[in-house]
Design a protein around this ligand. Structure first.
Ligand code: PEP
Ligand code: MN
Length: 336
């Protein structure tokens, strides 16, 4: 979005420009009919500088910015998203300590979900992840056990003192998932499924919105606004990798984009290195990088028998890998 900085008549345009540059604003001059500089427009890649700081620059008359296309999302800026169930309370973002969400890709059986929930809890996770409804590229692939698996996930989360994040795949399932889960996940493939966003928003619950694998940050913010307009309590964003140039790292984990959303927009962003990398050996290093960037949390896939996993086995951390992720949180002083 372009900000326009208008100058007072007779202002020293070069001096104003230098002051703006010192604030991190890269500007282009706008000339009036007389050929003199009457305003500057700020380049999109400029740092975000509050309007009141710009107005205080000597020689500046006013600062004009287009109205935001996502006022509800902007209103979330700087504050955490709070999930609450009974005595369990988990706050995500707002500069608070990062939160770990861990679990299997798919909920495969009650026993598998319980075993992995126990591992997640022992690693300090606050949320259990796991899919009852799975979006799969192949129509022949396992696509989730459906409603019964929501029950397994809820029971396992409760048994281990965890909250639950799980995906809503269709409008018809939104209410059922809202009854079972604490945070409703929109998958990457559905980021711009606006009918689904509306149905999820109508549940009034907090949402984890995964970035589409070919979506811009502006499109991600717009989808978050769709959810909020429809009634979602709050939105947590999720960076899970975008299409890149090299299949060896599957999707490119856009930590620059995550940093912008976190530090410039002030929004909660959970980073999912599992789906970004698609391979286990990169998950711990990418987790370390995401925490260093200031991620509000990590979403990590775990399996105790990945070779037999019904989905995403190659990227699932083994219990020892999850311990390494737990150590990253401990090293940052995050209490279990
Ligand atoms: C998932 O979290 O299991 C998943 C399918 O993720 P994504 O939508 O990011 O591919
Ligand atoms: Mn998965």
């Amino acid at each position: 979005m372009t900000t326009t900085i208008t100058l007072r008549p007779g202002a020293d345009a070069a001096g104003v420009r230098a002051r703006l540059a010192a604030l991190g604003l890269w500007v282009a001059p706008c000339v009036g009919r007389g050929g003199d500089t009457v305003a500057f427009t700020a380049a999109a890649s400029s740092q975000a500088v509050p309007a009141h700081v710009l107005v205080d620059v000597p020689g500046v008359a006013d600062v004009l910015a287009p109205a935001s296309p996502h006022p509800r999302l902007d209103a979330q800026s700087g504050r955490p998203v709070v999930l609450q169930r009974g005595d369990l309370r988990v706050a995500i973002g707002g500069g608070l300590a990062p939160v770990l969400a861990a679990g299997p890709c798919s909920a495969e059986s009650p026993e598998q979900v319980h075993r992995i929930a126990a591992l997640a809890a022992a690693a300090g996770a606050r949320l259990l992840r796991g899919g009852a409804y799975k979006p799969r590229t192949s129509p022949y692939a396992f696509d989730g056990h459906g409603p019964v698996a929501l029950g397994w996930l809820r029971e396992a989360a409760d048994a281990h003192g965890l909250l639950l994040v799980t995906e809503v795949l269709s409008e018809a399932d939104a209410e059922a998932v809202a009854d079972a889960a604490d945070l409703l996940q929109v998958g990457s493939r559905n980021m711009q499924n606006f009918a689904l966003l509306r149905a999820i928003g109508r549940t009034g619950r907090p949402v984890l919105l995964k970035r589409g694998m070919a979506a811009s940050l502006a499109e991600l913010r717009a989808s978050a606004e769709h959810l909020l307009v429809a009634g979602a309590a709050d939105v947590v964003l999720c960076e899970r990798g975008i299409l890149g140039a090299d299949p060896e790292t599957r999707n490119t984990l856009d930590l620059g984009g995550a940093a912008l959303l976190i530090h410039v927009d002030g929004l909660p962003v959970i980073v999912d290195p599992s789906h970004a990398a698609g391979r286990r050996d990169l998950v711990v290093p990418l987790s370390r990088a995401a925490l260093a960037v200031g991620a509000s949390g990590l979403l990590i896939e775990v399996h105790d028998e990945p070779g037999a996993a019904l989905s995403d086995g190659p990227q699932a951390l083994l219990p020892a890998g999850l311990d390494q992720v737990a150590a990253l949180f401990a090293a940052r002083g995050v209490a279990r």
